[in-house]
Design a protein around this ligand. Sequence first.
Ligand SMILES: *[C@@H]1O[C@H](CO)[C@@H](O)[C@H](O)[C@H]1NC(C)=O
Ligand SMILES: *[C@@H]1O[C@H](CO)[C@@H](O)[C@H](O)[C@H]1NC(C)=O
Ligand SMILES: *[C@@H]1O[C@H](CO)[C@@H](O)[C@H](O)[C@H]1NC(C)=O
Ligand SMILES: *[C@@H]1O[C@H](CO)[C@@H](O)[C@H](O)[C@H]1NC(C)=O
Ligand SMILES: *[C@@H]1O[C@H](CO)[C@@H](O)[C@H](O)[C@H]1NC(C)=O
Length: 398
Amino acid sequence: MKKKVTSRQLVWLTWKFLIGASIALCLFVFIRLEQRSDDNQVIKIARSEAKGGNPKIAFLFLTRRNLPLDFLWDTFFQNGELSNYSIYVHSEPGFVFNQSTTRSSFFHNRQLVNSIKVAWGESTMIDAERLLLQVALENPSNQRFLLLSDSCVPLYNFSFIYSYLMASERSFVDSFHDKKGNEERYNPKMSPVIPKNKWRKGSQWITLTRRHAEEVVDDEIIFARRPLDDPLQGRKNLVSYAPSVIHQKDIPLNYLQKKLPPLPRHTTPPKLQKQHNCIPDEHYVQTLLAMKNLEGELERRTLTYTQWNESASNVETKGWHPVTFSYSDASPQQINRIKDINHVYYETEYRTEWCSRNSTSVPCFLFARKFSQGAAVRLLSLGTVGQIEASALLNSPP
Ligand SMILES: *[C@@H]1O[C@H](CO)[C@@H](O)[C@H](O)[C@H]1NC(C)=O
Ligand SMILES: *[C@@H]1O[C@H](CO)[C@@H](O)[C@H](O)[C@H]1NC(C)=O
Ligand SMILES: *[C@@H]1O[C@H](CO)[C@@H](O)[C@H](O)[C@H]1NC(C)=O
Ligand SMILES: *[C@@H]1O[C@H](CO)[C@@H](O)[C@H](O)[C@H]1NC(C)=O
Ligand SMILES: *[C@@H]1O[C@H](CO)[C@@H](O)[C@H](O)[C@H]1NC(C)=O
């Protein structure tokens, strides 16, 4: 009798032990997982951001070194909504955006660490653009990709620009047939890779939807990737290198970037090599999207206003040089004149582009270049980009 009870008790005790042990084990695993996700904030944020959040605009700054107009952008972003944008900067290798080089903390830790030396007007410029797009694509919240130079200024406040871009499912890419005296820019050697009827020209300053940004980064036709046996080849690979989403200002970009392999360099860039008079960055995206038959998904114009110097002495280079706006050029009248532009004429195609977005008539330009610091100070004081804090004016250059 006694023995029976003991054995029943033994079974019961064994069960109790097993259940207890299981619970303990579960708890242990749970705690460990929690600790691990604490260790790895990047992954944790990636999960929560992937679930939802506002669609973001990725501001991609292609700079020579610093951003001389950072004080203007600082006010612009302060009047924006942190969850609606992300910032990426490509600058000269070795140049660091920190307290000594920029007054605006919006640009700290937003720099690509795998940046390359860019020669203006050469194909390295395209490499830099693709690096920016590639990194920005790692954040699934980024839905519009806006390329800007270090002399670009916004002509409106953040919310105006945000809703302008988000209300359109199209990219804004200046694109036209490059003929009329510029025939030599199409090199017959580019055929058949680039058919002559797909050869386009247009401003480098583009705004892409996510789908078109992916097309540019994935391009294997014009700028071929590494050979197939290369372990770093393919976008799938790039994604697995950096599964994380960077959280604005929380996680230094460098953290993520160190794990990204550099974009494969085209072994020979035969197709878009610098020809006589050929500036590849004024052809690349336009031509690629035309070749992919995506022109129907574009507003074929740029959002960035450039004023060309009509009075340049040399006939060859007439109208080639952008005018730099000084303080006196940035008068309210001048700025309003640019903002009031509602159409663009494309001479080579006899095409007038009436500026619209999702079939609604809109001003053509959201940005302008090239602005000096003085011109940007004036723009800031006009309240163009939003309410100014006293510190913004104090921080702006004299
Ligand atoms: C900024 O970066 C440069 C280059 O790495 C460095 O020499 C300088 O000390 C840094 N300044 C600050 C304030 O961190
Ligand atoms: C932004 O600019 C638009 C148009 O200029 C204006 O209507 C709107 O009130 C401004 N919004 C803010 C938050 O300043
Ligand atoms: C931020 O995004 C949300 C959702 O798209 C939008 O409703 C809101 O107006 C945006 N804020 C600004 C300041 O643009
Ligand atoms: C474009 O306009 C149509 C009709 O006005 C509207 O239904 C649609 O939501 C708009 N698209 C976007 C992306 O805002
Ligand atoms: C236009 O070019 C001419 C000749 O190169 C120069 O003298 C003039 O200052 C330029 N004008 C502007 C507004 O940049």
